[in-house]
Design a protein around this ligand. Structure first.
Ligand SMILES: Nc1nc2c(c(=O)[nH]1)N[C@H]1C(S)=C(S)[C@@H](COP(=O)(O)O)O[C@H]1N2
Ligand SMILES: [Mo]
Length: 325
């Protein structure tokens, strides 16, 4: 198989190999039609390319395993991680993102970096991916709903990007903004959340090495339903802090108004650190169901403080985590 390998280890297979057979064949028919002069070639090629790009195609992505960030729990099945999702832009059912995110157009893609930085910039996906070496890290991620998974993510510490744009002394928080395109995202018709989906972190949290700017999982580029082409993963916080399909990162002075906090402030605080001692108003947070382990007799797991990532504890020294939940 012909592979173009870029310096950061991304393998770019040729289009016949990344394109599912039926798409490839329908494209070939198109090409025959062009040759016969029945379709204008420019329009045809554009259609064929769009079709291929719009597929949720599996494509290799290599990250060097970082052994400092490997949890010992058994990895979740790829099937579970890609079919049991929260991505409300594509619907609120766990199966919706896998069903409806297939057509998300993830290239070209760029992230605008704005606000309190000395070097505001717009980075296209390729430049963004080359900013630091890609690593593989196996993280637990726990949803506020009380389930968790263990996923091998590929990315680099968000701190590398932060350093590049040189935050000013006024930058106290960082805000992530998800794509909100009603043409591609059927879930935007619902008003469960205010769109675009916005999440945020305090500057020191964003700079913690655990905070991962993420481009892939399971040795492949991110599937659309998991937040392609770029998301964050913050394993010591409830899953909703890990914003998907990011188009804008803003450095700000004030604590950002985040989507879940706007929707229900008493239930979803700004910090949302995993904390078994602070219940959600409607349920206990003391234990969790590990997806893939859920049999009739399977015991729930005890939820760990900071989801087990004790290295972040110093970020919250002296704070009342019942108040700042
Ligand atoms: N833009 C956006 N990001 C999002 C969400 C969402 O609805 N929209 N859901 C969050 C929630 S609640 C969880 S638990 C995680 C799930 O990530 P995963 O599907 O990759 O496991 O994504 C988070 N990021
Ligand atoms: Mo979640």
């Amino acid at each position: 198989m012909l592979i173009k390998r870029s310096p950061n280890g991304i393998e770019i297979p040729f289009s016949s190999e990344i394109t599912p057979k039926h798409i490839f064949e329908s494209r070939r028919n198109f090409i025959k039609q062009i040759a016969a002069g029945s379709i204008a070639s420019g329009a045809l090629l554009e259609m064929a390319t769009r079709q291929a790009l719009a597929q949720n195609v599996r494509q290799k992505l290599v990250g060097k395993p970082n052994l400092a960030y490997v949890v010992m729990d058994r990895q979740s099945a790829y099937k579970d991680a890609t079919t049991y999702n929260n991505f409300y832009e594509f619907g609120t059912d766990k199966a919706d993102p896998a069903k409806y995110a297939g057509g998300l157009k993830t290239r070209p893609w760029s992230i605008a970096i704005e606000g309190e930085v000395k070097k505001p910039m717009t980075l296209d996906l390729d430049s963004l991916m080359k900013l630091a070496p890609l690593e593989e890290r196996i993280y637990r991620l726990r949803c506020v709903e009380g389930w968790s998974m263990v996923i091998p993510w590929i990315g680099y510490s968000l701190s590398a990007l932060i350093k590049k744009v040189e935050p000013t002394s006024k930058a106290k928080f960082i805000e992530f903004v998800t794509l909100a395109d009603p043409k591609q995202m059927p879930g935007l018709r619902s008003s469960v959340l205010s769109w675009p989906y916005v999440e945020g972190l305090r500057m020191d949290e964003a700079n913690h090495p655990l905070a991962l700017l993420t481009f892939g999982m399971y040795g492949e580029v991110l599937p659309h339903q998991n937040g392609a082409p770029v998301r964050v993963v913050l394993p010591w916080k409830y899953g909703f802090k890990s914003a998907k399909s990011i188009v804008k990162i803003r450095f700000v002075q004030e604590q950002p108004k985040t989507a879940w906090n706007l929707a229900a402030a008493q239930e979803y605080g700004f910090y949302s650190n995993v904390n078994p001692a602070v219940d959600h108003p409607r349920w206990s947070q003391a234990s969790e169901r590990r997806i893939g382990e859920d049999g009739f007799l399977t015991k729930k797991r005890k939820t760990l403080m900071f989801n087990g990532y004790n290295e972040v504890a110093s970020l919250y020294a002296g704070m009342d985590l019942k108040k700042f939940f």
